[in-house]
Design a protein around this ligand. Structure first.
Ligand SMILES: Cc1ncc(COP(=O)(O)O)c(C=O)c1O
Length: 434
C-alpha cells in the first residue's frame, strides 16, 4: 500500500529530500513515455525522473546492452583495469563534445562531475576564485553548493571556493530584466567586467554556467551571451565550464549542446542525468591540458563502471541512430507553440520559455511578476490528476517544468499538451472566480 510506504519513507528518510504531490506516488512500471503507479494509474511522463530517463522506459536496446554486460559476470572491476565499455564511451563523448583533443573522466553524478571540473580548473589556474551565475544549480557537494546561486538548494555556507556572482541575463527578473537581448548581453558583459574588477583578486580559475538553468526554472540569457562573456574571460585566461547536465545530448532541439547556441566552445563540459537513461553515469570532458591538471592519484570507484557505461553506449547509439535531437525540435515546437497559443491572454502566466524538450511555464499574480507558487502547485496537481507527470522549479517554486524523454512522439506531445492546457485553464479560471 502506498500509504504504508509513505509512512515508512517518512520514518527512515530525511525530510529535506522532498516528495512530489500532496499524495505521493510510487511508480512501479514503465514503458516508452508512460509509467504506472502502485494504484494502477497510468501517466504520460513529461519529467522523466528529472530529465534523466532521456530515451524512455524499458527501451529494448538499452536493456539488452545492460543484460549482456551483466551476463559476462563482470558488474565491477575498478578503473585499475581496462574497461572496454568505458573507453568506447569516452571516445564517443570526446568526439561529440566539440572540444579538440578532449579527455573524459567518468563519475556517478552531476555533482561529482562539477566537483571534478572545479578541481582541474582550480589546479590548472592555481586559483580557487570562481565566477558563477545567480539562480544556478550545480549539485550538492560543498564545492557544487558553493557555486549554486539558489538559496533553496544551498544547504551550507561552507565553501572551499571564493565565488563571485554574475547576473544570469534572464528576461523576466533581476537587474537586466526586460532589456532587449542585445542590451542584456552588453549589460551582462559590463557586469562581468565590474565583478572581475571589484570582487576578485584577478586570477580567476573559471566561470561555470548552465546554458539553460534547470532547477532555476529553465531560465536563460540571450543566445550569444556565453561568447560575449568568453571574450572577456579570454583576456584573463579564465576557463569556461558549461554545465550540460540538463541541456546536453540534443534536448534543446536546435543544438546537441546548450553551449552551441552561443557560438563558443567551453574548456570543460559536465554531463550526467540522461546519458545513462537512469543508470548512474556522469562525467567531465575537457581540453587535455586542463583535464590533466591533477597532481595526484584520483579515481572514482564506481565512475564509468562496466554496467553504466554499457548503458551509456547504448543510449548514445540510440540517440544518434534515431536523431532524437531533431525529434526534440519537432515535438518541442508542438508543445511550445500550443502552450503559447493557449496562455495568450492569461495574465497569470508570465512566460512560456525554454528550447526543444526543455520547457517552462512561469506563474505570477495577474498582471505582475510576483511569483504565484500556490497556483503553480494547483496546476501541477491538476496535471497529475489528468494523467501527466510534470516538474516544478524556479527560485520561487512558481515554474512548471517539462522535460520529457527525447523519444516523445508527436501524438504524445499533443496528448500531454491537451492535459497541460486543461490544467492551466481550469486553475487560472478558479483563480479569478469570486
Ligand atoms: C545543471 C545541474 N548540474 C548538476 C546537477 C547535480 O547532479 P546530480 O544530482 O546527479 O549530482 C544537477 C541536478 O539536478 C543539475 O541540474
Amino acid at each position: 500500500m502506498t500509504d504504508d510506504l509513505l509512512a515508512r519513507h517518512r520514518a527512515v528518510l530525511p525530510s529535506w529530500m522532498p516528495l512530489y504531490y500532496a499524495e505521493p506516488i510510487e511508480l512501479v512500471s514503465g514503458s516508452g513515455r508512460r509509467v504506472t503507479d502502485a494504484q494502477g494509474r497510468s501517466y504520460l511522463d513529461f519529467f522523466g525522473g528529472v530529465l534523466t530517463n532521456m530515451i524512455g522506459y524499458d527501451i529494448p536496446e538499452i536493456r539488452e546492452a545492460v543484460e549482456r554486460q551483466i551476463r559476462t559476470g563482470i558488474v565491477h572491476t575498478s578503473t585499475l583495469y581496462l574497461i572496454r565499455q568505458q573507453v568506447e564511451l569516452a571516445e564517443k563523448v570526446a568526439r561529440l563534445s566539440g572540444i579538440p583533443d578532449a579527455r573524459v573522466f567518468f563519475t556517478n553524478s552531476g555533482t561529482e562531475a562539477n566537483e571534478a571540473a572545479l578541481l582541474v580548473a582550480t589546479n590548472h589556474r592555481r586559483s580557487h576564485q570562481i565566477l558563477a551565475v545567480r539562480n544556478s544549480y550545480h549539485g550538492r557537494s560543498y564545492a557544487a553548493m558553493g557555486v549554486t546561486g539558489n538559496r533553496g538548494w544551498s544547504a551550507s555556507a561552507l565553501n572551499p571556493l571564493q565565488v563571485a556572482w554574475l547576473h544570469s541575463g534572464e528576461r523576466l527578473r533581476g537587474l537586466l530584466a526586460r532589456l532587449d537581448p542585445a542590451d542584456r548581453i552588453e549589460a551582462a558583459v559590463e557586469d562581468l567586467r565590474e565583478v572581475l574588477a571589484t570582487q576578485t583578486a584577478g586570477n580567476v580559475a573559471c566561470l561555470i554556467a548552465e546554458p539553460i538553468q534547470g532547477v532555476g526554472g529553465f531560465v536563460h540569457g540571450p543566445d550569444g551571451l556565453f561568447a560575449a562573456w568568453k571574450k572577456v574571460l579570454d583576456e584573463h585566461g579564465i576557463l569556461f565550464v558549461s554545465d550540460e547536465v540538463q541541456t546536453g545530448w540534443g534536448r534543446t532541439g536546435e543544438h546537441f549542446w546548450g553551449y552551441q547556441a552561443h557560438g563558443v566552445t567551453p574548456d570543460l563540459l559536465t554531463f550526467a542525468k540522461g546519458v545513462g537513461n537512469g543508470f548512474a553515469l556522469a562525467g567531465v570532458v575537457g581540453r587535455a591540458d586542463v583535464l590533466e591538471s591533477v597532481p595526484a592519484i584520483s579515481f572514482s570507484t564506481f565512475g564509468g563502471n562496466p554496467v553504466s557505461t554499457a548503458a551509456g553506449n547504448a543510449v548514445l547509439d540510440y540517440l544518434l541512430d534515431h536523431d532524437l535531437q531533431a525529434n526534440a525540435a519537432r515535438t518541442g515546437a508542438i508543445l511550445a507553440d500550443g502552450l503559447r497559443a493557449a496562455v495568450a491572454g492569461l495574465d497569470c502566466v508570465a512566460e512560456v520559455r525554454g528550447k526543444g524538450l526543455m520547457l517552462g511555464v512561469e506563474f505570477v499574480r495577474p498582471g505582475t511578476t510576483e511569483p504565484d507558487p500556490a497556483l503553480t502547485t494547483r496546476v501541477f496537481e491538476a496535471c497529475r490528476a489528468g494523467g501527466l507527470l510534470a516538474g516544478k522549479g524556479g527560485l520561487y517554486g512558481n515554474v512548471l517544468r517539462m522535460g520529457p524523454p527525447l523519444t516523445l512522439t508527436e501524438d504524445e506531445a499533443r496528448e500531454g499538451l491537451a492535459i497541460l492546457v486543461d490544467a492551466i485553464r481550469s486553475c487560472a479560471q478558479a483563480e479569478v472566480a469570486p
